[in-house]
Design a protein. Structure first.
Length: 303
């Protein structure tokens, strides 16, 4: 009889402990929202709030974070329906393009992320989601967004002021003293086997520009000596010419940008503005689409 009482006491104690453990798990993983066939837990919401508030200037509250998670889940569900995915190679390509655009070398990217309270893994995850969203919207829009030259000029005028109609070329150079060595380096630069800026840092005798990847800035017509001006006159943006001889030595030149007299804006500036305007329109259409989707989606908020 004593053994039987002990057994029942053990079962009772075990049940209480199990109940407390289950309640603890329910508290930690409490469902805070149901979005169609998926759920959002309290743990996910708390993690999202931490990630957002690490880099956000204004603190985001629980409801705002939940709104963002719901939007994200709807986009991911739509991507799954479409069969849209983002590969690691695509994320790598985007990050490498960012490094090149902002001339970030070695550990400079990691240092820049530290200043933003962000890890490389978080940065990659952020861009993976951005690329997924872009793919979904691109599929839905299918070329419906067009950015005109007039919109680009209006944006520039509104944000930066009057456009000066000038004809300028931006060049980078590798200056060398030996002709044979200059021809070898020129072949390397023209083959695109190695980045021009890296070659300039390694081989150029002009130390003042070499540290900047050979960049010399913009030149108006007539500012360059005749031999150099003639060499780059018909060259397209991104094209490498030379070596061109001058009293200073042998110049390997790359046209990195142009300001057209009839447009007055560098191609790089136009492309940046075009990307900005495109992303603005995508965001507007994304919000309109999300509003429409939410009208038919099953969304049950628990908090």
């Amino acid at each position: 009889m004593k053994h039987l009482i002990k057994y029942f006491l053990f079962i009772l104690l075990f049940s209480v402990c199990l109940s407390q453990y289950s309640q603890s798990r329910e508290l930690i993983d409490k469902v805070v929202a149901v979005v169609n066939d998926d759920i959002i837990t309290l743990t996910q919401l708390n993690n999202a709030m931490k990630e957002i508030n690490k880099t956000s200037k204004e603190k985001v509250g629980q409801q705002q974070a939940l709104d963002q998670l719901i939007d994200r889940m709807l986009i991911e569900q739509e991507a799954k329906k479409m069969g849209v995915t983002v590969t690691d190679a695509e994320v790598d390509g985007t990050i490498n393009a960012l490094k090149q655009r902002y001339n970030l070398q070695g550990s400079e990217m990691s240092e820049a992320l530290k200043q933003q309270n962000m890890t490389e893994e978080e940065f990659r995850e952020q861009w993976k989601y951005q690329l997924l969203t872009k793919k979904v919207m691109d599929r839905k829009l299918q070329g419906k967004i067009a950015i005109t030259d007039e919109e680009i000029r209006d944006y520039y005028t509104k944000n930066y002021g009057k456009i000066d109609d000038v004809d300028e070329v931006r060049i980078a150079q590798i200056l060398m003293y030996d002709k044979d060595e200059a021809e070898k380096v020129a072949d390397l630069a023209k083959s695109n086997e190695e980045d021009f800026s890296n070659l300039a840092k390694r081989y150029s005798k002009d130390q003042s520009s070499a540290t900047n990847g050979g960049d010399l800035g913009f030149f108006k017509k007539g500012d360059l000596m005749d031999t150099l001006s003639e060499a780059v006159e018909g060259a397209k943006v991104g094209e490498v010419v030379g070596p061109v001889e001058s009293p200073a030595g042998y110049h390997i030149l790359k046209v990195t940008d142009r300001k057209s007299a009839d447009e007055g804006l560098p191609e790089s500036t136009k492309n940046e503005i075009k990307d900005t305007l495109y992303n603005q329109k995508v965001q507007e259409m994304l919000q309109a689409w999300l509003t429409e989707v939410k009208e038919t989606a099953y969304i049950d908020r628990k908090i």
